[in-house]
Design a protein around this ligand. Structure first.
Ligand code: SF4
Length: 656
């Protein structure tokens, strides 16, 4: 029996996603374990998949469907069915919900799948294989364990769900399934456990069936980690852990963290690790983050600080009153802290969202990510019931590099973003986007976060800077005015009424030989500011105006003027000439005191006369220098790619 497993990445602008197809790896392992004679191939590249179905007819084609591959997988399932109507097509993955109405909706939206497998797919997929091996086809109205499909009367035919036993599930890495993908430069992703005990309604992992926590054997996980270290080809040394709450398995997770840290110390791998730790601060999460300090931020995601919004999406956050103590602890340990916020939950307002972001800055998170709410198929918030309950209205925009041309047809997977709900409207959404751009520039990408930190310590309300920048009238700032206006225009232009309209606009651009805009607009406009000396100069003029508006103290003006002109702007690279990574400057500001965080007033920072000192370039500026010859920084897609590749995160402190 020939089985194709399609876990596809778009290829229109690089590869998206660019990590190994681990989910299909698990399916392949489990199927091979149960049926030795199967001929299984995993596909990540849609072009290779198209070639394969032209050459050889499979018996079953399985699709792992995620938000980034819903349309792509459906397009390929349609191709399969048109080529071989009797081949059995099956879909699983996070986009397939567990609720009957949503499954029915999925099957109607994507009619080219014969069967869907909700939840963890290994058992259901094996039962489907067994069924087809026995009968050579799908038997009408026969229930298959773990599988769902339409019965002859149009009702849902649903087999019992059985979770796979993780102790019996072979490893996709150790069995060699991921080897060709690692060799081809896909990034490794490691699953050490399954399940999340929380039930956030905007997330596909909030489902009841995923709430049970189960761990893979630690020795096996260590062996997989070693395998990845020896076989991965990423220069950057990234490792993604799929754990959604590292630390929730207590000492077991601490041991895993220590194993990874030992590898970092002795073998220099991984250089960076991306994972989420438990939402509660426990002795275990603290230990883990302390152990992984050089290669991981402590990410304490909130998503909202509005209690009504938090309750509406069933989010559990750390107790508000415990946050200062947590931040004190991370600072004492010199651990970089980060958090995430999402605009668009029911009950959130423009004001509550921005005041939440200001609170986080004021209270000392090193970095805050601000996102817009997307409705993800497979999550509770996606359901018609919740849309109606909260009056959620959405539009569609191109996702990050989520399109491609396959057999001459343009296929795109677009994001469905919430643009209004019971407590906010489109106008608020657009305002948040503009605020979010300045937030990204100042805080998330950390170009001015050191400056706002200084302001806050000295008593200037640095957390208000972004609101000031977002509301500023740029009429007298020629370059910035153009950039800000263009940003506002693009925010509106990127929204479409339907998925089809969005896809058509991409197809039109491609047919007319135009470049499809990169998906990450904030990255592109960040480039438009920081790669442009005039824009940068105008921006710092506005920042100085903010400081003058907030403070009547002449010495504070002198301090910040000097800091901006002689420290900050020296570290954000000037592209007009080659730069050393270490730059010399003359300043009255005591950069050593900033570096050691030993000051609390202007007096502790501003000397009487200028002294010479040396500074490191801002980490991203340094990366730009390293890669400058390789990219054309006027090209928006390249700008996006550049920033996406830039591993800035642990190079936070920029003073020598
Ligand atoms: S957002 Fe995080 S904590 Fe909430 S359900 Fe999803 S994975 Fe779990």
């Amino acid at each position: 029996m020939i089985i194709y497993l399609s876990d596809l990445s778009h290829t229109g602008q690089g590869r998206n996603p660019n990590h190994v197809p681990l989910a299909s790896g698990y399916l392949a392992c489990a199927a091979k374990e149960a049926f030795l004679d199967l001929d299984i191939t995993i596909f990540r590249d849609p072009h290779l998949f198209l070639q394969a179905i032209k050459i050889q007819k499979p018996d079953i084609v399985g699709f792992s469907v995620y938000t980034w591959s819903e349309c792509l997988s459906s397009f390929m399932a349609d191709k399969v069915k048109k080529t071989y109507p009797d081949v059995i097509t099956v879909a699983g993955g996070p986009s397939v919900d567990d609720i009957d109405e949503e499954i029915t909706h999925f099957i109607k939206t994507f009619p080219y799948y014969d069967v869907v497998v909700p939840n963890e797919g290994e058992v259901g997929f094996n039962h489907l294989i067994g069924h087809v091996r026995t009968h050579n086809r799908l038997i009408l109205d026969d229930t298959i364990t773990g599988c769902v499909r339409l019965a002859s009367d149009g009702s849902l035919l649903r087999g019992e769900y059985i979770r796979p036993d993780l102790d019996k599930l072979p490893s996709p890495y150790l069995e060699g399934w991921m080897a060709p993908f690692l060799k081809d430069g896909y990034l490794p992703i490691l699953q050490t456990m399954r399940g999340c005990p929380y039930s956030c309604t905007y997330c596909c992992s909030g489902s009841k069936q995923w709430s049970k926590l189960r761990a893979f054997d630690l020795d096996r996980v260590k062996a997989e980690f070693d395998y990845i270290r020896e076989n991965q080809k990423s220069i950057e040394g990234y490792l993604f852990l799929t754990d959604e709450n590292l630390g929730v398995l207590k000492e077991r997770d601490v041991k895993l963290a220590q194993y990874i840290r030992d590898s970092y110390d002795k073998r220099n791998y991984p250089a960076m690790i991306d994972t989420y730790t438990d939402k509660r601060v426990t002795e275990y999460t603290k230990k883990i983050n302390d152990i992984l300090r050089p290669i991981k931020f402590y990410n304490m995601s909130f998503q909202t600080l509005n209690e009504d919004a938090r309750k509406a999406v069933k989010r559990i956050n750390i107790n508000h009153d415990d946050i200062p103590e947590f931040l004190e602890w991370v600072k004492e340990k010199k651990i970089s802290s980060t958090t995430e916020m999402i605009f668009g939950f029911p009950n959130e307002t423009l004001e509550s969202y921005i005041s939440g972001l200001e609170w986080l800055q004021k209270n000392g998170f090193d970095k805050v990510h601000s996102y817009e709410l997307r409705l993800l198929r497979g999550s509770d918030l996606f359901t018609i019931q919740n849309r109606e309950k909260y009056n959620i209205k959405t539009k569609y925009r191109l996702g990050d590099r989520s399109f491609g041309v396959y057999d001459k047809v343009v296929v795109a997977d677009v994001e469905e973003v919430a643009i209004s709900a019971n407590t906010y409207n489109l106008h608020d959404y657009i305002k948040v986007r503009k605020y979010g751009f300045f937030f990204f520039l100042v805080n998330t990408k950390q170009y001015f976060s050191g400056l706002t930190e200084m302001m806050l310590k000295i008593g200037v309300p640095g957390e208000k800077l972004i609101t000031y920048l977002a509301n500023y009238n740029y009429g007298n700032k020629l370059m910035l005015n153009t950039i800000v206006k263009e940003y506002g225009k693009r925010v509106q232009e990127e929204l479409f009424e339907s998925l089809e309209e969005c896809t058509e606009s991409i197809a039109k651009r491609l047919h007319e030989g135009e470049q499809v805009p990169a998906g990450k607009m904030n990255l592109i406009f960040l480039g438009k500011v920081v790669f442009n000396q005039q824009a940068l100069k105008e921006l710092t003029e506005v920042i100085k105006e903010f400081i003058y508006d907030c403070s009547n103290d002449r010495r504070e003006h002198d301090l910040f003027d000097d800091y901006i002109d002689n420290v900050l702007l020296k570290q954000i690279v000037d592209f007009s000439k080659p730069q050393e990574y270490v730059v010399s400057t003359q300043t009255r500001v005591d950069v050593e005191a900033i570096k050691k965080n030993k000051y609390d007033s202007v007096d502790g920072l501003l000397g009487k006369s200028k002294v010479s000192c040396q500074l490191l370039l801002h980490d991203q500026a340094r990366r730009i220098q390293e890669r400058k010859k390789l990219i054309d920084i006027n090209d928006e897609v390249e700008v996006q790619e550049f920033f996406l590749l830039s591993p800035s995160r642990w190079l936070k402190r920029i003073l020598v």
